[in-house]
Ligand binder design. Structure first.
Ligand SMILES: CC(C)(COP(=O)(O)OP(=O)(O)OC[C@H]1O[C@@H](n2cnc3c(N)ncnc32)[C@H](O)[C@@H]1OP(=O)(O)O)[C@@H](O)C(=O)NCCC(=O)NCCS
Length: 176
């Protein structure tokens, strides 16, 4: 069961709140988790993720104007997951870039909390906030072998482009 109170959504187990500047380090952790989604591959370190411009720009300078994010927190306030949206310029596109006015979604949940509905709740809340923020579409890039792809399909994302291993997906934001 979830109870909505102003900007917060609570369940018995965790709460969702807007991602703030204080969450910058945690977002970098979740970005690192997203890069390392496949446990069978050699892990990329957090430092490497933040040193590589292709990944660092998802969190650099968080929060920038136009950024939008949601953090899931366990009782006591410890962050356990985050979903955030950032728009990129055509001169510095994210992996899932489709247009400058279509922000790209990043999503991660700490290992111990996966498979309990946190990721879906974060995604839905990010979409709701995107609608409030006036965004008509959001995009993302996901490797085809990542189970997260099924989450996105189930939430209404459609594949608009495919590379050898990954898909670019777009959601038409409901109500926009
Ligand atoms: C992908 C991720 C954010 C999903 O969050 P979650 O809290 O584990 O997911 P939920 O419990 O809300 O489940 C929603 C769907 O996500 C998928 N999912 C569930 N557990 C998952 C896991 N361990 N890994 C990947 N996807 C998972 C399933 O499709 C699930 O749908 P189902 O319950 O109908 O099977 C999370 O597993 C994660 O952080 N994975 C590593 C980082 C990553 O891959 N990020 C996305 C990069 S595009």
């Amino acid at each position: 069961m979830s109870i909505e109170m102003g900007t917060e959504t609570s369940t018995e187990d965790y709460a969702l709140r807007p991602a703030t500047a204080d969450d910058a380090e945690f977002l970098a952790d979740m970005l690192t988790a997203a890069v390392n989604w496949d446990p069978a591959r050699e892990a990329v370190s957090r430092d490497q993720v933040l040193a590589d411009p292709r990944t660092a720009h998802y969190v650099e300078g968080w929060p920038r104007r136009g950024d939008l994010g949601v953090t899931a927190v366990a009782p006591g306030g410890r962050p356990i997951g985050a979903a955030w949206l950032r728009s990129f310029g055509a001169d510095d596109p994210g992996y899932g870039f489709v247009a400058e006015d279509v922000p790209e979604l990043s999503l991660g949940v700490v290992l111990a909390w996966r498979g309990k509905g946190v990721g879906r709740a974060l995604l839905r809340e990010a979409v709701r906030r995107a609608a409030d923020g006036g965004f008509a579409r959001i995009c993302l890039s996901v490797e085809r072998a990542n189970r997260a792809r099924l989450l996105y399909l189930g939430e209404g994302f459609v594949t608009v482009a495919s590379g050898p291993d990954s898909d670019t997906m777009v959601l038409s934001v409901p109500g926009r």
